[in-house]
Design a protein around this ligand. Sequence first.
Ligand SMILES: Nc1ncnc2c1ncn2[C@@H]1O[C@H](COP(=O)(O)OP(=O)(O)OP(=O)(O)O)[C@@H](O)[C@H]1O
Ligand code: SF4
Ligand SMILES: [Mg+2]
Length: 356
Amino acid sequence: MNDTSSPQRNSDGVVSVAAGRGPLAMEAVSLGKDFRLGRGDVLHAVRGVSFGLYRGAVVALVGESGSGKSTAARLLAGQERPTSGSIRLGGVPVDVSSRRAFRQYKSKVQLVFQDPFSSLNPVHTVRYHLERPVQLHQGKRGDEAAREVAALLEQVRLTPAGQFLPKFPHELSGGQRQRVSFARALAARPSVLLADEPVSMLDVSIRLEMLGLLDDLRRRFQLALLYITHDIASARYFADEVLVMYAGEIVERGPAEELTQRPAHPYTQLLVASAPDPDNLGSALRGGTARAGRQPAATGPATQGCPFSPRCPLADDRCRTDDPPPRRVSAVRAAACWRLDVAAPGILAQSQGGGT
Ligand SMILES: Nc1ncnc2c1ncn2[C@@H]1O[C@H](COP(=O)(O)OP(=O)(O)OP(=O)(O)O)[C@@H](O)[C@H]1O
Ligand code: SF4
Ligand SMILES: [Mg+2]
């Protein structure tokens, strides 16, 4: 991709560690999405979200159910129109207003869903699912298309390809279906892959293997990968940068290892504390996932002040009236919290002392 857009410093003043992997592919700038709920009520599903996706890098979007992760992914995929803000692909503002423009956009930006069963058509074979995008996006026909379809199946390790081509989705295991979904996404030859909880519906025994496959595809095709999950342990294992989302906002961002080892925001601290064993991802993925992230919290976000204030042990009067803006806590980290001096004194002291 011809990328001329500038880096990399987000609106909160931090630089993304993912930028070290490759050029900026896609950028969300102050992205917002409201849903009208009737009787004049409005739900702010995504609010002021800004981040970049870089070729060859994984950015994880982590948060509990209802935090706005899928809405953000649908906005980036061009399936929803933003209420505010903008999306840039290769430095150019995205316009998907015509069918043709949307199709061209889809050849660059692909979305893979959580449930491969519902995203594959039960009446069509694997061959059909892959041939169509190969024809549509690559313009290949006949033998050329057949060779490309076989190559795609090999790339997602469904071999021998001939064995899988005539199968219908119900004849495949969950993992095999998700591999077909990955292959279908790759058929478009995208630069950006948006993976919305790609392993959370799969058997726990194959989640690690599937993340390994995604990582391999990322490297091989220099994909800019957005990995959406409620499971912060898998984000630590898999991502370069982690964005923690709560009530539609990014409340903390930073390098995956650093952020999960030393979370600054009280909500990130809760997510890490609720993960089964953040130090041992293998056991976390094999034994289940962070249940705190799976379920919506019993107490919803505040509509005034800091959204996390009803659940935050550190909330004070200011938290209940004013929503904190993101604050730079190091060259590569930011958190939206008024009380970082109490929540993360060590991290602040380090950054004020000149550390990164
Ligand atoms: N089309 C819609 N109309 C109205 N509200 C919506 C719509 N789509 C999403 N929402 C609401 O927006 C909020 C964010 O939803 P979203 O699906 O983005 O969350 P999520 O973080 O992906 O959650 P999960 O982990 O359960 O997938 C939720 O409160 C949801 O009910
Ligand atoms: S701003 Fe206040 S309520 Fe919000 S996370 Fe920080 S301490 Fe908690
Ligand atoms: Mg979702």
